[in-house]
Design a protein. Structure first.
Lengths: 473, 379
């Protein structure tokens, strides 16, 4: 039975498979890099690396002046990563032997597990951050490394007891496994959003400017809004299949007539012109949306894609009207303007807005500071005086978020990212833009790198010692 | 022994095939499926709006205003400049009959706020407060705003109804306001009165709102002393843009859709103009722009820019591009376009000269002088 399992696992542990997977990953990285000439960096990350399959256009391997058609199906980053993980784990199961026996084995396993837990605790504690902050950044790295090596020692010793001289390789491979797992954790759980706050106003949401959502809001309840959200992926799919999508809980269904990943708005000329209104209701009566080139990863102006969609809303079988929706319709740079829609005698507001994440707490911007060096316009510091109110944890305090001095709260890190300038040049700034980063797996790459380094030092160190001993003999 | 080896080989083959199948299944069976979902979100009315627009920030247009609004008074209406500490003008309507009671006059206050003075939300909430209504949030705000239909300028109408009176003596109030945005400021036309007074005057009010249109003001040019100086071709400015008007050209104060400014010129028999426009971003990219201009002359689009003559030039100290197009045909009167573009602070500026190919050829020298005179404040 055991032999059969081993025979079944053997192809998965093949070194040939390892080489093929490494070669595939090199090709994927090359293709993903070249694709950024035409695509935005996040489109590439999701399309090439955080996907199970990708269709690579042959055009990316040639100068754009040559027109090359066709695309090649290729395994995406998740597929290659998962196959690597399986390959590595099965190789360990089949090839690596536990050296320790009896009490030594038990002690070694306990020490390894305790060491692993200690490492995980250390990296998730505020200690590394405080050491770095105490040292003012890079000067704190050295004491952190010294402390880190003490924290990692039980894990290393445990591995050596259990696996003997191969303990170093186990650590290196553990680091590789952690890197693979860490990327999945980051891909699945990490969220990077922006929180724009105007001076004197309070924000309780942040939004992801890389993704939009169609929000249909029922504002009739005096206490809260009931928001129905159609994600970007559903809008794209609906634009392809042209099928009606019923909105749950609402007497409304939508048909997406057109979806533009990046768009430009053109005002329609009264009396006609080449452009005609495609919408029958709302702002689209006066505007037309045309496709715009997707913002590429090499765009020097760091523009963002601003999608637009032509959506027909229906009440039962009865069409209500066709609306042009887009974040282009703004009251201000960070406030998308909604359009009124009446269905079944009830008024709703519709927005195509950037994907929102609501917080259980709020941030009120007391004052934004944009300091410059005296007599110049060279920025010296950007900072936001914030009042943080969290009714759940009974917190109400004032905080100053500055460059290189972020706020860590509620599992998120708030960085001073940008600001809302005056409406016209030369006018005072009107607010701040904080970047909210949630990445529960942020410590994993650090742990992996530290483990890998220790494993390499141990492995090469022990080989060197053996070599020197033989020389002496 | 031989049989065992064959058996193992068979198992290995099955294992290999199973692995391949698993990988293929992973490739094609997996995919993220997001769904439509509903949640309850806090109203944006919980947003605390700081008081803004302290006295002193309101008032008449400043000398830097590049745009202002003018309007036509309905018959019988009167206008008075100022009329209040924060008013630009006060417009008074004729007496209206309200259900047999004493005739009342409707009053419209015109206020202008510099754009920096605060958001629309804050202003509307100030009015909500005046009417005894609770603050609204972003969602509530958009619900209150309605586009002004068939107006001379794009505007937004806000219609607020006050709370019902506590007793039969009191009267319910209503406020109608129209909001117009210029490049420098937001203009508010506001009428507040009893329900029946507003209802009686509503047709005239809407006529007034629809007549509001924007004009380029003499103040466009901080160096000009009068409108006539500007029309004669002084050195105007648009936002951060400064330029010299070439001899024989003149600034056209007539506002035109999407244009920040227009310069006109003529050779006696034919005339042409130069449009100054500014858009956020790259407006679809260079190739899309080139093909749009080609399309305007009936020329077929080009697949890449190598098929179009493009000159690299300097505009206001920044690297820009210049293009020249002529419609198909041989005649000198065929239409043409000469356009220069430059990207500054994430915005595209276009200087597009249109006219007959012959006229444009004659004006190239002036055009080059104009481009060379361009200067952006802050560069």
């Amino acid at each position: 039975m055991l032999q059969t399992i081993k025979t079944l696992l053997k192809p998965l542990a093949s070194l040939k498979l390892t080489v093929v997977l490494l070669a595939l990953s090199i090709v994927l990285v090359l293709a993903g890099t070249l694709a950024q000439v035409d695509m935005g960096i996040w489109d590439v990350v999701h399309g090439y690396f955080r996907s199970f399959r990708v269709y690579i256009p042959l055009q990316i391997f040639f100068p754009r002046s040559y027109e090359i058609r066709g695309e090649v199906p290729f395994p995406g980053g998740y597929t290659i990563g998962a196959a690597m993980l399986v390959n590595l784990l099965t190789a360990h199961v089949l090839r690596f032997k536990v050296k320790a026996r009896g009490g030594g084995l038990a002690g070694g396993l306990v020490l390894t597990m305790a060491g692993g837990l200690l490492v995980a605790w250390f990296h998730n504690s505020p200690i590394p951050g405080e050491i770095l902050a105490f040292g003012g950044g890079y000067p704190g790295v050295l004491p952190l490394m010294v402390l880190g090596s003490v924290v990692y020692s039980p894990l290393v010793v445990g591995c050596v007891i259990v696996f003997g001289r191969r303990g170093g390789i186990i650590l290196i491979h553990s680091a590789l496994i952690l890197l693979l797992v860490g990327e999945v954790v980051t891909a699945v759980t990490a969220i990077e959003t922006q929180m724009p706050i105007y001076e004197g106003m309070t924000a309780h949401w942040s939004h992801d400017i890389r993704e939009v959502e169609l929000a249909v809001i029922d504002p009739s309840d005096p206490d809260h809004d009931v928001t129905t959200v159609v994600p970007q992926s559903v809008l794209r799919r609906a634009a392809t299949d042209r099928r009606a999508n019923a909105l749950p809980g609402l007497p409304i269904s939508i048909t997406v007539d057109r979806y533009l990943g990046n768009s430009q708005l053109m005002p329609l000329t009264p009396g006609g012109g080449r452009l005609k209104a495609e919408a029958t209701h709302g702002f689209g009566v006066n505007y037309s949306a045309g496709p715009a080139r997707t913002v590429s990863g090499v765009d020097p102006d760091r523009m963002i894609n601003v999608p637009a969609a032509l959506v027909t809303f229906s009440h039962g079988q009865e069409p209500i009207g066709r609306y042009l929706v887009s974040p282009h319709f703004q009251t201000d740079a960070h406030i998308v303007t909604g359009q009124r829609l009446v269905a079944g005698g009830k008024a709703y507001m519709i927005y195509l807005r950037f994907k929102r994440y609501y917080k259980p707490y709020s941030m009120h911007l007391i004052k934004f500071h944009h300091d410059v060096y005296p007599g110049t316009s060279i920025p010296r510091n950007f900072s936001s005086e914030i009042r943080l109110v969290d009714p759940v944890r009974s917190i109400d305090r004032e905080i100053n978020i500055r460059m290189n001095s972020p706020l860590r709260y509620g599992g998120e890190t708030y960085f001073q990212s940008s600001w809302i300038p005056g409406a016209n040049e030369g006018e005072p700034d009107r607010g701040t833009v904080l970047m909210a980063v949630r990445n529960p797996g942020w410590t994993i790459p650090y742990i992996a790198c530290a483990l890998g380094s220790i494993g390499l030092v141990f492995q090469f160190g022990s080989n060197l010692i053996r070599f020197l001993r033989r020389q002496t003999l | 022994m031989h049989q065992t080896t064959r058996k193992r080989l068979g198992v290995r083959k099955i294992a290999n095939r199973t692995t391949c199948c698993l990988i293929v299944m992973m490739l094609y069976a997996c995919g993220e499926q997001e769904q439509v979902h509903t949640y309850s979100s806090p109203k944006d009315s919980t947003v605390a709006v700081a008081p803004f627009a302290p006295s002193g920030v309101m008032g008449a247009p400043t000398m830097t205003d590049a745009q202002a609004f003018v309007w036509e008074l309905p018959d019988g209406w009167e206008e008075e400049s100022g009329g209040g500490p924060m008013r630009f003008a006060t417009l008074t309507g004729g007496a209206v009959e309200t259900g047999g009671e004493a005739a009342s006059k409707i009053t419209v206050t015109v206020a202008r706020l510099p754009s920096r003075a605060g958001s629309l939300l804050a202003n509307v909430n100030r009015w909500q407060g005046q009417m005894g209504l609770a603050d609204v949030g972003e969602t509530g705000l958009t619900e209150l705003l309605h586009p002004l239909e068939s107006g001379a300028s794009p505007g937004t109408v806000v219609d607020l109804l006050g709370p019902a009176p506590a007793d039969s003596e009191g009267q319910q109030e209503r406020m109608i306001a129209a909001i117009f945005k210029s490049r420098d400021a937001t203009w508010f036309f506001k009428a507040r009165a009893g329900l029946d007074v507003i209802a009686a005057a509503e047709p005239e009010l809407m006529d007034l709102f629809r007549s509001v249109r924007s004009v380029e003001t003499a103040h466009t040019n901080p160096h000009a002393h009068s409108t006539s100086a500007l029309l004669d071709g002084g050195p105007p400015s648009i936002g951060p843009l400064r330029y010299e008007v070439p001899e024989g050209w003149r600034f056209d104060p007539q506002p035109r859709t999407a244009r920040l400014g227009t310069l006109v010129f003529s050779d006696g028999s034919a005339s042409g103009d130069l449009a100054i426009t500014r858009f956020p971003g790259d407006v679809g990219g260079e190739l899309a722009n080139v093909n749009r201009w080609r399309g305007q002359l009936g020329l077929s689009p080009v697949a890449d820019l190598n098929q179009q003559i493009v000159s690299d030039i300097q505009i206001g100290g920044l690297p820009g591009k210049s293009y020249r197009f002529a419609a198909a045909g041989e005649g000198p009167m065929r239409p043409g376009i000469v356009v220069a573009s430059v990207m500054r602070n994430g915005q595209s500026w276009f200087f597009k000269m249109t006219g007959s190919d012959l006229l444009l050829g004659d004006q190239v020298e002036n055009y080059n002088l104009f481009i060379a005179s361009i200067h952006f404040d802050g560069n």
